[in-house]
Design a binder for this molecule. Structure first.
Ligand code: C2E
Ligand code: MG
Ligand code: MG
Length: 617
């Protein structure tokens, strides 16, 4: 038994050592080794009982029973982890001892043998119970370990994920920062695109209007006015047309810089084309006027672009907030209208919006509204003024002049024609005039050869549908084309010369004659006149009025030019016999004016008799 115990101690020591060194030891091998040790121990005791119990004296027998019972008593607890081993161990210890004791000769041994069986039964029962407890406890323990491991694993996973999350967050922050930077850059770019005029770098319409609203608000709160200057260049179009857009663009940039020097970029804007806006905070009328005058002088200084020396002038209209308006858009409109007034006037100095101008604008608006319904309300009608042949004093043509009876008040064409041109109404009105004039002329029984001379606005002439309209009217009225003359004002030839020439050629192809009206008042260059297909030149009334003075030289010069260009001449505004005689003597072909007749209605014209028998004597 000592040998067995010794071997088992070595076995346990080796087992513990290897386990402590965390070398791999299979659990199953350990169980087999431990079970084998236990069974061999039990077999040792069983053999001892079977072989020697007969020869034992009472003390030895009692000691043996005590030792075996004690070992067996401890086995349900010690071997509780394995129910089978515990039962086998108890069986091997108790059954041989109890059986041998029961079969022994001594009666006390028989009793102890019997008690041995009872003890064995209790042992087995408690083995079953204890082992089931222990197994459950082990199962729970293992489960716990497993759970702890799982929790530990999950914990590791969570920390790995956390680290990854932290990395991702850092990355995201970096990306966000880049993105914010990009968004900022793009926002700035969008701001530039939507608020800044790409050519000049000044504020565009939208941005300037918004800025002006802010300045007006400030002006109201601090009680000092803000002046708005509307600047329009005179003659810029000519630079653009004759020198090309590149030079035009560089000229605009130079002008923009000159204007910005009087305020700053924030308060300077480009309204479009050659129109600029400058806002001047803390400026009353006097300050605004002197700054605007200085601007005019600055713009008038020579501009050097690509080796060219260019000269420009500017027209400036001024409106002030809060006196004239509290709204940026209104203020701009008022300054614009004031600028237009300034441009039309001969004075070369800035103009400030005034109440008179306001009533003028309101009156224009009223007239324009009335004009929109003038045709349908049949308020428009034509008058005809004879144009006499200078030599024979016979009626060569009759000029159709438009009249408007607006609510019983006569409004002159000088007032409403420019408004009709600006609003585009001229196309509709002009078509009506052409149609009416051709219809009337067709029915002039008193003179079947005289032409009707119709004033045509350049806006009508430039319209792509004009030639078609002309054809339609000639067809429907039945008037021969050679009995229709068109009068086009000289000043309008300046712009769009190419298109005008093309249209005039088409008109000439139809045998319709063309007059240049108000010759000498506009800006036509002689070279332009040379190339334009026209038949007559109408000398303006201003020169006829002044025939005793410088007018004569101008008329003679005009007659010379007209002759060179193979054009005939008409003198307008002939009011006296002397004028008629002088003009006729100079060689003017046709005469028109109050001396012969004032413009009259068609029904009066039919019965009109020329009161002048002769003026040549
Ligand atoms: P215009 O074509 O130069 O017409 C001549 C203007 O001088 C007419 O004024 C006529 O009444 C006026 N007049 C003629 N003889 C005399 C005179 O001896 N003394 C004075 N003081 N004036 C004289 P009106 O009818 O007021 O027309 C003004 C302008 O309006 C015209 O100038 C023409 O440019 C324009 N206009 C008239 N009717 C039409 C039209 O149907 N269409 C277009 N587009 N313009 C028209
Ligand atoms: Mg005319
Ligand atoms: Mg005229």
């Amino acid at each position: 038994m000592l040998v067995i115990v010794f071997i088992r101690l070595i076995d346990i020591a080796e087992w513990t050592f290897r386990s402590s060194k965390s070398q791999f030891v299979s659990g199953k091998v350990g169980i087999v080794r431990f079970s084998a040790g236990s069974i061999v121990t039990a077999l040792g005791w069983a053999s001892f009982c079977v072989l020697f119990i007969e020869d034992l004296i009472m003390v030895e027998y009692a000691t043996t029973v005590m030792i075996i019972s004690s070992i067996a008593g401890g086995s349900p607890t010690v071997l509780a982890a394995s129910r089978n081993l515990s039962i086998i161990f108890s069986t091997l210890l108790m059954i041989p001892l109890s059986t041998v004791s029961l079969l022994a000769t001594e009666q006390y041994q028989n009793y102890l043998g019997l008690l041995g069986f009872v003890f064995y039964t209790i042992m087995v029962a408690s083995s079953l119970k204890v082992s089931s407890f222990t197994r459950e406890a082990l199962r729970v323990k293992n489960q716990n370990i497993q759970l702890r491991n799982e929790v530990a694993n999950k914990g590791n996973l969570v920390s790995t994920v956390n680290v990854e999350l932290e990395n991702a967050t850092t990355k995201l922050n970096d990306i966000n920062q880049d993105l914010e930077l990009e968004v900022k850059k793009r926002t700035e770019k969008i701001f530039q695109l939507s608020n800044v005029d790409s050519l000049t770098g000044l504020k565009n319409r939208k941005a300037f209007t918004a800025q002006l609203d802010v300045l007006i608000e400030k002006a109201v709160s601090n009680g000092s006015p803000v002046a708005l200057l509307f600047i329009d260049l005179d003659g810029f179009k000519k630079i653009n047309d004759t020198m090309g857009h590149q030079i035009g663009d560089r000229t605009l940039i130079e002008v923009a810089n000159r204007l910005a020097a009087f305020s700053d970029l924030e308060r300077t804007g480009r309204w479009g084309g050659d129109e600029f806006l400058v806002a001047l905070p803390y400026s009353d009328q006097t300050t605004a006027m002197s700054i605007a005058s200085a601007m005019m002088t600055s713009v008038a200084q020579p501009i050097h672009v690509s080796g060219n020396e260019l000269y420009l002038t500017a027209s400036i209209g001024i409106a002030l907030a809060p006196v004239h308006s509290l709204n940026a858009e209104d203020l701009i409109q008022l300054a614009d209208l004031t600028m237009c007034e300034q441009k039309q006037s001969a004075q070369r100095k800035p103009r400030i919006f005034s109440t008179e101008l306001k009533s003028k604008i309101e009156a224009s608006q009223m007239i324009l509204e009335g004009l929109q319904h003038a045709l349908e309300r049949k308020e428009l009608y034509l008058c005809y003024q004879p144009i006499q042949c200078a030599k024979e004093n016979t009626s060569w043509a009759f000029e159709a002049l438009l009249r408007w009876n607006f609510n019983g008040k006569f409004i002159g064409p000088d007032v409403f024609i420019p408004l009709a041109e600006k609003s585009g109404l001229i196309k509709e009105i002009g078509t009506w005039v052409l149609n009416r004039a051709c219809m009337d002329a067709k029915h002039w029984q008193f003179n079947q050869t005289a032409a009707v001379s119709v004033n045509v606005s350049v806006i009508q002439l430039m319209d792509d549908g004009f030639i078609r309209t002309l054809d339609n009217i000639l067809r429907s009225s039945g008037l021969p084309p050679e009995r229709l003359h068109l009068e086009i004002t000289e000043s309008t030839f300046v712009d769009n010369e190419k298109k005008i020439r093309a249209q005039l050629e088409q008109i000439q192809n139809r045998n319709i004659h063309v007059s240049i009206d108000d010759f000498g008042t506009g800006y036509s260059s002689l070279s332009q006149l040379q190339t334009l297909p026209v038949n007559y030149v109408k000398i303006d009334k201003a020169f006829v009025d002044n025939i005793e003075g410088k007018g004569e030289a101008i008329i003679r010069a005009t007659l010379f030019i007209a002759r060179e260009l193979h054009c005939k001449t008409v003198a307008e505004g002939v009011e006296t016999k002397e004028q008629a005689m002088a003009l006729s003597a100079m060689g003017v072909d046709f005469l028109q004016g109050y001396y012969f007749a004032k413009p009259m209605k068609n029904e009066d014209l039919i019965v009109w008799q020329n009161p002048i028998s002769s003026f040549s004597d």
